[in-house]
Design a protein around this ligand. Structure first.
Ligand code: IPE
Ligand code: IPE
Ligand code: MG
Length: 247
């Protein structure tokens, strides 16, 4: 949903574009006396289920925050575990994602990822590029400010080269230079684990998103709970700055 005249107030039904901050793997594990890595493993299994649910429900896009630009600050061991799990997900899910006709794309700083992982990611993107179903965006080494900085540099370069008139820059120009170009802005952003913050996720794109902060840690976020959150969204009224449609 763009911030323009087409954004009309009123109840909107099921969201088309959903984003999830998959948080709480570490706490989920710690509460069970398990190492944090066990929480990340459970989190990957949960992701598989939620993607299937999103596809079955006919969502247009699902964007999941898997690893942030700030997560590089974690101990080397944990970063390695996450990269290994991530690689395994990309390799193992190819067939199923393709069968559900999902189109996968990765957003984030690819150049910070290991070369073999980048190749595997590119293969998955190519294999599913023409699929007409759910767009699954996986945010890895993603940070909204890094994304905006990238976009601003690209726009500045085009301007300096005389290919772009500063007066001609619109909100659409900016959106087109983001890593998420071409995918709809989230109608709903869900964060698990009870934390109420954005942590540098989709700042531009979420300008008018609805938010749902749920208590469950990510490995406990079941498809049933996911459906409940979507139904709760459907009952909300979005006004986009206008007066209520009921007035
Ligand atoms: C989310 O779970 C996964 C990543 C950020 C990679 P966390 O690892 O942040 O789990 P908590 O928040 O420490 O419980
Ligand atoms: C946000 O979770 C990033 C992901 C879920 C990948 P974090 O656990 O890294 O965020 P903070 O540290 O609580 O802000
Ligand atoms: Mg966390």
């Amino acid at each position: 949903m763009q911030l323009d005249e087409t954004a009309a107030p009123g109840k909107v039904g099921m969201p088309a574009n959903v984003a999830i901050i998959m948080d709480g793997n570490g706490r989920w594990a710690q509460r069970r006396g398990l190492p944090r890595s066990a929480g990340h493993l459970a989190g990957v299994n949960r992701l598989r289920e939620i993607v299937r649910t999103a596809s079955n429900l006919g969502l247009r896009s699902l964007t999941v925050f898997a690893f942030s630009t700030e997560n590089w600050r974690r101990p080397d061991y944990e970063v390695q575990v996450l990269m290994r799990l991530f690689r395994r997900f990309v390799v193992r899910e190819v067939d199923e994602l393709d069968q559900m006709r999902a189109r996968v794309r990765f957003i984030g700083q690819r150049d910070r990822l290991p070369a073999d992982l980048r190749r595997t990611m590119a293969q998955l993107e190519m294999r599913t590029a023409r699929n007409p179903g759910l767009v699954l965006q996986i945010a890895v080494s993603y940070g909204s400010r890094a994304e905006l900085l990238d976009a601003m540099r690209a726009i500045a370069a085009e301007t300096a080269e005389g290919r772009l008139d500063p007066e001609a820059i619109t909100e659409e120009t900016i959106a087109r230079h983001l890593w998420t170009a071409g995918v709809g802005d989230p109608d709903l952003v869900i964060r698990t684990s009870g934390e109420m913050r954005i942590s540098n996720f989709l700042l531009w794109q979420s300008a008018y998103a609805e938010y749902a902060f749920v208590e469950e840690c990510w490995p406990d976020f079941t498809p049933e709970r996911f459906r409940e959150v979507l139904e709760d969204f459907a009952a909300r009224e979005r006004r986009f700055g206008a007066v209520s449609a009921a007035v």
